[in-house]
Design a protein. Structure first.
Length: 335
């Protein structure tokens, strides 16, 4: 049972009209539950999204800096917020093709007759209240001013940013196990604003933006083998030209012959299932040269090893199969 903490607010400012959502991130919002959120002492309506996030609606306030306070039974946490006379947009970015639904908050919006993104009119807009409009962005590019025209007067501007559409060029590795695997690396362009990565429509277990040209993601578990589409969603759109293959775990049913020289060099036939994508074969932990015949057969050349039984493993993107002590190394006559 501890007091809450606040690590960030988004956005950090808004119009004096209030009414816009403010996302507070931090800790201990639900242990125990936060009982109040205030802006300069004025109560705000709020929703506890999780123990680490609250969404509050900013109340009206005169222009200037204020303190946002979050309180639970064990204490309070504070953060700074600013009120201004301009517009507040949510979201503040979208794809160059347009189509983003943007909530616009501000004073004096009653009787609005147009909303401009740069020099281009919004595709459409809806008057929700005297301080709240909802507009659909037109196609555009770069950073533009958003202005609301109401009763012949232009509002103070706000900024909207057009984000280029993402492009994905590669994924590595291209296959993995049915069980949740290790991270894959997705490369491309315009990936910095990535908000989601899916494999066959299922969200990645986790993902991280490394740079504008690289994202890492952990594929979710899947019940059946096969290829699935990988989609990356950003503020600029969706890229879905990649695929990832879920492989079944390999099995080993036997090998022939099952013994050979400690000098290595013996050709061994390995039988099993799901061996078509074999990536490695080892004898006693030592890598062997190998060749894939079909999904049930692999041949390998034994590496040198001391005399005695040795474990043999076959590794595919679906996992590793081990046959303990399957191959016996024997010293050659006179060796």
């Amino acid at each position: 049972m501890v007091a809450p903490t606040i690590t960030s607010l988004s956005p950090l400012s808004g119009t004096t009209a209030g009414g816009n959502p403010v996302v507070l991130k931090g800790k201990n919002f639900n242990t125990p539950a936060v009982t109040s959120v205030t802006f300069d002492g004025n109560s705000a309506t709020f929703t506890i999204n999780s123990d680490e996030q609250i969404t509050a609606t900013a109340p009206t306030h005169s222009a200037g800096s204020v303190t946002v306070t979050v309180t639970n039974a064990n204490g309070s946490a504070t953060a700074g917020y600013s009120y201004g006379s301009g517009l507040t947009l949510s979201p503040t970015q979208g794809p160059t093709g347009g189509g983003t639904v943007v909530d616009i908050y501000g004073m004096g919006l009653a009787g609005a007759n147009s909303v401009l993104f740069g020099c281009t009119a919004a595709r459409s807009f809806t008057q929700l209240s005297a301080t709240h409009l909802q507009a659909v962005s037109p196609a555009g590019g770069g950073e533009v001013h958003v202005v609301v025209m109401a009763k012949g007067t232009a509002s103070a501007p706000a900024y909207f940013y057009y984000i280029p559409a993402p492009f994905t060029s590669g994924i590595n590795p291209v296959a993995g196990p049915l069980a949740r695997g290790t991270a894959v690396t997705i490369t491309g362009q315009n990936l910095y604003t990535t908000t989601a990565v899916t494999f066959g429509g299922i969200p990645a277990t986790s993902f991280a933006v490394v740079s504008d040209s690289q994202v890492t993601a952990v594929p979710p578990a899947r019940a059946a083998p096969g290829s699935v589409q990988v989609k990356v969603t950003t503020a600029g759109g969706v890229a879905g030209n990649l695929s990832f293959t879920y492989d079944t775990t390999p099995t080993i049913s036997g090998l022939s012959p099952s013994s050979g020289s400690t000098n290595g060099g013996d050709t061994i036939t390995i039988n099993g299932t799901n061996l078509a994508d074999t990536k490695a074969v080892t004898f006693g932990g030592n890598p062997a040269h190998f060749g894939v015949i079909d999904s049930n057969t692999v041949t390998a050349i034994t590496p040198p090893s001391p005399a005695g039984p040795a474990d043999m493993t076959v590794t595919t993107p679906g996992g590793t199969a081990t046959d303990p002590g399957a191959f016996t190394y024997q010293a050659p006559p006179g060796g």
